[in-house]
Design a binder for this molecule. Structure first.
Ligand code: UD1
Ligand code: CA
Length: 472
């Protein structure tokens, strides 16, 4: 389905001569990454590389957004989800060839086209705005975002003639003198749409892989006397491309460091920033203390004055104020309200809600379960598909037997109930308000409010049995 728009939008994009369209090049395999996962689907501080790029692009409020996919196109399209439209590039014959694949969806459009690289994830919205504004103000055919890098290795170098843009020379083709140039091509450009596709068709194959290089369009424009301008990126880090696992790790480290510094500036104590991994989107309230080796992922919120001990991982969860999470807890897709105490060694799985001042102790697993205000499940329990009310004591070793091999069933424990240690609650079952369940019970029928349920066989003591046995 090469060159087919796959995103539901009409083939011709809207927008007049002042419209700004966006395209993201994301068809390459990323050979230098090793492995087979498409490069743009690697994660950086939470989102994928392409996710970062699309988020920045959206701030331009473009008339249309197109992503060029190729290597494992279906996986990339699926990971991105709805929003942009997609065009396919197969085989992948270089960045100019990639851009040319968008001709069918952009044909007839006027205005400008912002070209982004799927592997340049840290580009900042204000830089993109500045680039687009400079392009419009100069009325240029193309404007290139450049940056001065202390270590320009691997990037196309900007060759200037009398200070003006001349051309871009790729690392592989640069002379030693050109390799010494520190101004590099970011791989981010704005083009006037009118002459673009005609020019792209004229780019010859070059380099060891016989690819069609997008920067060659800029040389062509210069020869044709069309204006090519440059804009410098404010922060050289923001244009860093990710081509290898080493670069991914380096950029991740920089992002992590920035995130930690931002949180510390806002009053969060991070004992050891080098071992604290906090995704970009995570929010943490002031006076929270984070011990070494904590990971906070995805869409996670941590309140104020919390204490997160070492070895804790929290993903896509909401933690209220004044919560303590002791060592080695895993909390995913869960909610812990103010004053909760969790762990050590607790596992809160998706759908768990721990209400105000409730306590979950060691070796306790909760799944799709609500533990009401002030309730306690302190030791060695599994509570799944359950609603536990306020002020309930879930004794050590209580297990909800929620699965009969085919379906899951719910357990309800009403306010103020007391579940003795070592109890099995065979769902569906309800323990009424204020009821007691004797330790060691296997509860298979509902227990009325205020009742005592004893569901175990009676104890039979045989006097002097041991003495007689020893005599035998
Ligand atoms: C490119 C630029 C280089 C610039 C650098 C900045 C070219 C020839 N070189 O080099 O001047 O300094 O970016 O990061 O453009 N892609 C496709 N289809 C293809 C080839 C690539 O969609 O056939 C996509 C890739 O998925 C990637 C982007 O284009 O997202 C850039 O490709 P990449 O191979 O990483 O180019 P660089 O060698 O980094
Ligand atoms: Ca690259």
């Amino acid at each position: 389905m090469s060159q087919q728009p796959a995103g539901g939008e009409a083939a011709a994009a809207p927008g007049g001569p002042d419209a700004c369209h966006v395209i993201v090049l994301a068809a390459g395999q990323g050979r230098r990454m090793g492995g087979i996962r498409p490069k743009v689907l690697h994660r950086l501080a939470g989102p994928t590389l392409i996710g970062h790029v699309l988020r920045a692009a959206a701030t331009l409020a473009p008339a249309s957004t197109t992503v060029v996919v190729g290597h494992q196109a279906d996986a990339v399209v699926q990971a991105i989800g709805p929003g942009p439209r997609f065009v396919r590039q197969a085989p992948q014959l270089g960045t100019a060839h990639a851009l040319l694949q968008a001709e069918p969806v952009l044909a007839g459009c006027a205005g400008s086209l912002v070209v982004l690289s799927g592997d340049v994830p840290r580009i900042r919205p204000d830089t993109l705005r500045r680039l687009a504004a400079a392009h419009a103000a100069a009325g240029a055919a193309a404007t290139v975002l450049t940056a001065e890098l202390p270590r320009p290795f691997g990037y196309g170098r900007v060759v200037r003639i009398d200070g003006r843009f001349g051309r871009i020379v790729e690392e592989t083709e640069a002379t030693p003198a050109q390799r010494a140039i520190r101004e590099v091509n970011s791989g981010i450009y704005v083009f006037d749409l009118v002459p673009l596709f005609e020019a792209l068709r004229r780019i010859p194959a070059a380099g060891p892989r016989r690819e069609r290089y997008l920067p060659a369009v800029l040389s062509l424009y210069r020869r044709q006397g069309l204006a090519v301008e440059t804009v410098g990126a404010g922060d050289p880090h923001e244009i860093r491309g990710i081509n290898s696992q080493t670069e991914l790790a380096e950029v991740s480290r920089i992002m992590r460091q920035n995130k930690n510094e931002e949180l510390m500036a806002a009053g969060v104590t991070i004992e050891d920033p080098a071992t604290t991994y906090i995704d970009d989107a995570v929010r943490v309230g002031p006076d929270t203390v984070i011990h070494p080796g904590v990971t906070l992922e995805g869409n996670t919120t941590i309140g104020a004055r919390c204490e997160l001990h070492s070895g804790v991982r929290i993903a896509n969860s909401a933690v209220g104020d004044d919560v303590t999470v002791n060592n080695f807890c895993v909390i995913t897709g869960a909610q812990v309200d103010a004053g909760g105490r969790i762990g050590p060694f607790a596992h809160l799985r998706p759908g768990t809600v721990v209400r105000e001042a409730a306590r979950v102790g060691n070796f306790v697993e909760l799944k799709k379960a609500t533990l009401g205000p002030g309730s306690k499940a302190n030791h060695l329990s599994y509570v799944g598909d359950a609603t536990v009310g306020a002020g309930v004591n879930v004794g050590a070793g209580t297990i909800t037997c929620n699965y009969d091999g085919e379906s899951k069933h719910r357990t309800t424990v009403e306010d103020g109930a007391f579940i003795g240690s070592g109890t099995q609650l065979v769902a569906p079952v309800t323990i009424g308000r204020g009821a007691y369940v004797a330790a060691g019970s296997c509860v298979t029928r509902d227990v009325p409010p205020e009742a005592l349920a004893v569901a175990r066989s009676r104890q039979d003591n045989k006097p002097d049995w041991a003495t007689r046995r020893r005599r035998r």
